[in-house]
Design a protein. Sequence first.
Lengths: 164, 619, 581
Amino acid sequence: MDNTKCSGCTGTDPKMQEILNTYVQDKSNLIQILNEVQEYYGYVPEKAMLAISDYLSIPMAEIYGVVTFYARFTLKPKGKYHIAVCLGTACFVKGSEKILDRVKERLGIDVGETTADGNFSIEATRCIGACGLAPVFTVNGEVYGKATVKMMDEVLDKIMEEIK
Amino acid sequence: MKSLEEIRKIREEKRKELDLRVNTAASTGEKHILVCHGTGCTSSKSPKILENLRNIIEEKGVKNCKVIQTGCFGLCAKGPIVIVRPEDVFYSLVKPEDAEEIIEKHIIGGEIVERLLCKDVDNSVVKKLDELGFYKKQKRIALKNCGVIDPENIDEYIAFDGYKALEKVLFEMTPDSVIDEITKSGLRGRGGAGFPTGKKWSFTKMAQNEQKYVVCNADEGDPGAFMDRSILEGDPHCVVEAMMIAGFAIGANKGYIYVRAEYPIAVKRFQKAIDQAREYGILGKNIWGTDFSFDLEVRLGAGAFVCGEETALLESIEGRRGQPRLKPPFPANAGLFQKPTLINNVETYANVTKIILNGADWYAGIGTETSKGTKVFALGGNVVNTGLVEVPMGTTLREIVFDIGGGIPNGRKFKAAQTGGPSGGCITEENLDTPIDYESLKAIGSMMGSGGLIVMDDSKCMVNLAKFYLGFTYDESCGKCTPCRVGTKRLLEILERITEGKGEEGDIEKLEKLSRNIKNASVCGLGQTAPNPVESTIKYFRKEYEEHIRDKKCSAGECKALMKLHIDPELCKGCGLCKRNCPVGCITGEPGKTHVIDTDKCIKCGTCISKCPFHAIKS
Amino acid sequence: MISLTINGRKVEVEEGSTILEAARKLNIEIPTLCFLKGINEVGDCRMCVVEVEGMRGMTPACITKVTEGMVVQTATPKILEARSVVLDLILSNHDRKCLTCTRNQNCELQRLAEQFNVDEIEFDGERIEKSIDDLSPSIVRDNNKCILCRRCVAACKNVQGIGAIDCAGRGFTSSVSTYKELSLNDVNCTFCGQCIEACPVGALKEKDSTKDVWKALRDEEKYVVVQTAPAVRVALGEEFGMEIGTNVTGKMVTALRLLGFDKVFDTNTGADFTIMEEGTEFIERLTKGGTLPMITSCSPGWVRYMELNYPELTGNLSSCKSPHQMFGALLKSYYAEKMGIDPSKMYVVSVMPCIAKKFERTRDNMQGAGYDDVDAVITTRELARMIKQAHIEFTGLEDTVFDDPMGEATGAAAIFGTTGGVMEAALRTVAEKVTGKSLDKIDYEVVRGEQGIKRATLDIGGKEVKIVVASGLKNAQTILEEIKSGKADYQFVEIMACPGGCVMGGGQPIRSSKERATIDIRAKRAGALYTIDEKSKIRKSHENPVIQKIYKDYLGEPGSHKAHELLHTTYVAREKYKLED
């Protein structure tokens, strides 16, 4: 994911066209295309949805229905630092909820939100498969295992220092 | 493209070369350093370990030593794991900077790096993998190749009987005899419900249609289960091969595997396996000159637990919201794109090639009367050896938790274990000796499920646990049918009320009535099982519910709203651990003297409880 | 035939029947909510669950097909408890403001609550407050009342092929939503109103115009004129408990007078004008090489659909306004002049079976005489409400007739209210104009009936004319794609937005799921219109003396400059989605 990509000009974005061109015009490709769009832009921009709607002849309401059904798709860009706390059972049993509470408290935002300055966003994930390291959280994909509230604090402090 | 003869030749030659992987007495003179590249170890920097090892070997010009990436060894708690073959020396908790010492001391010097050896539960130092208690009671069938071969190298798969079952099926068997074999083996669906696999295959074969599909369900949704991911990461070809065998048996020429997008490594390796199989002419048209053609496609899930339900999965492959379809018609008659479709999960497929090669009788000889073979469990929670274990059906929970899992850490007591994830129920001390199979787990109010096995110690509140699971199913309910859509929300609300000290008399009865009817009236497996954690915790821990409701008390100390933390002066030794770990600094006290919590400042995070070695902090 | 046992009683039904249908044969009632035959057969709400021997759990009776020897239980205590919990859960998440709901007394959920003896909500809890969309001129969408049955979604997406609404989100937070919760005004909605007809509760309704009409009626300065569409008279009686398909023209006219309208006219007269203009336009295009096929333009939902989805084909649309707009323009010009009424004081109300007409009257180029052709559109349902509000005992009213001089209409105009009717009416006039001879047979059976698409090749004066009649927008799409791809060689096309035509319009009385499954409502209402046609003295528009007189005295020839000014309109291309950037 690269947050520096222009989100407004997806309609004429050659990348969007490139993504579409790799798929035949079949409705069953909707989720595959959305996955690529999410991966590339870090979210699903409106213009991407319009382009898909046109390409696959699917009404926008249906695309919106699909995007809002699957947790992976987001309609807003994520923060520069995307923090995902695992709430899978193994992590939960080992206290990941407290870590999530802490990051929410520190950043003043809820799960699924991005801070006003666009620096941070929080996600509660369901099992990233690192159960052996539970509890875990990730920052932009980098895994922090056997995590504690204190570790989260330290990681946040460090990032905030860097931003300054 | 490779001819069948060429493939056989690869198998023969490569097998010799790789003998050291499974034979400590192998005498090729080579050494292989296996570095775990499962998701767990990868996230603890195992790729960096591999890189360092390779660089140092090159730098130092070490001969006859290769560094290989493998799938998961299972003991994730001790990762990253590095194993040196053929001597089978097992290094745990390896760091990238340990690479030099491993090469220097072990490979060149021939001396074991003692400090990287693993300590077993009894503190004994273990040199070899199978000396660990963790491995002793395991029997690896589905996970046979995981941790043995390089999953990204088709030749290594072929070396260990890879695509030999396919050869046998195509040249020596008929679709009916394949199905017979699977039926006789007693294999049942490993995704959760345990439907007899042979029956499923035969239903799909009987359905008349030009076009049929084989689908692999790799949308492993149970949070805390990761065996399917491990198989795809560690041995993707065994799933490719099994899907082809299934395609031959039911008369399908196309397969889809539906994998969670959250499993990037698995997706990448599986795609690579498909590409390699195509390159070798194993996937494609008229395979090995036969009439049989087959190809595979990967479809990504996008984060919806319900897509693990087979009809929701089909909807998702077709590009729609993953909302389950009503059954009947079953997928065997009208599945993907309304064509007859066979759907099995990853672990089920992982057993197929072994059954074909070793025979149904061999497989049926393992396990219990009604449940044959082995089952992989993802052991997690409050247990020492977290990781992936494969045991014969009929193994008791006690063996898994205590003998394999090494028991409960931090001197705490076992309270309960949850199988079946959010669809399952909890198992208490009294049922620990139940031999695990589909029926016995159901009888004690739980279920096999996909194999998540979460252990809980006595610091866990069971009402809170039920709330956690309901929070999950509430979140993951697709919203299609009323009982699940609104019912899970109402269950969750009642549980929230209870854990917040606002429970009322009659709440337990309300939970019971609602649970019963959600189960009866919901469309799919998600709703039909969502109340299980509530029902089973009420069944075994009714007193905890009553305590929350009547006394506004949570003995385990997990329900924050009911918690007032204080330090028991008789137990406190004044070690200061709580003070040092408190994130808000509300604990005061001189070293060696009783510490005190300022309850106004306390945010009830519970860190001090888990840190106190003397269990002096009480709620 | 399949034989099965329900509650211990044997029954034989045709293969392919559902348990619900089999039970109905035995007079065993099974409650339903999300089920809408032929439209929404999903088994999601779980109100109709039953137990079948040998089947795991409970299964929905509405869509489970019967099998030989099946043994079904429909009302065990276990089933009844499950249903009552399901109902309780639906109610717990429903805005229970029945007293102020338009569907009070005609709500499938309310009826169930009564049947289940609900005296409290056992599992009450949080309900997510949702904003109400009342920005469009036609539809009000109140998601607080939505019970997620998705009948509207199916009607919009599967029947009409539009997909303006769909299900969004998931689980408890899921809702029926437009793209990003935009107003229906800002998305690809055509305002056909089939969603309203499908809704079992009050989550979807027409935008109310009765208050405006009452205000006009109270205003002594205003000369308030009302006109009624053909389909209204064969459905209005249903709102007062009368048999479906009863022609209540006489009572309706009386009731409108009692409500205080100064004049009560018949939109059918407007329809006769439409035939004159459209017929002339067609002959002109046919003989002089205009854009063909020509497509009818009297269904505003259809016109909007075209503008949203096929703007490149609007040249194929007839430029004729729809009958009530033509009539409104004539009222404010010819009639106002003749009667010496100030047209700015004239207030024209149209009673329509349609909610898209509410939108149509706000379109550009709908001011033929310099004033809005029509000032308010109310639906059949709204008229019924006004009559009830005035405490008029409808069923006991005497029959009276429309006012002169614009009350005369032909049988051809009456059948405008059903699919194929406009085509048939037009053919009667076109054939005679082209051949110059009087037709022996004026019934065009080929364009009648329930099929969504009806194609025919006719011989008109030795010339072969290919026609097609489609109703329902999904069928319309099929025809348009044929035209667009050049595959079609039709000359004349009739399209109605609503399946079955105006008798099944979005403003018509709402019938329950059970009625829709067991009664052919369309056939009954359409049948009444064909009876009116049959019994009419004059059955061809060009023979209507009122029409002839107005052309002679005022408009000149059909298609004249004046006729164009008053009776024709223009079309625009519309963006399907109004987005922020």
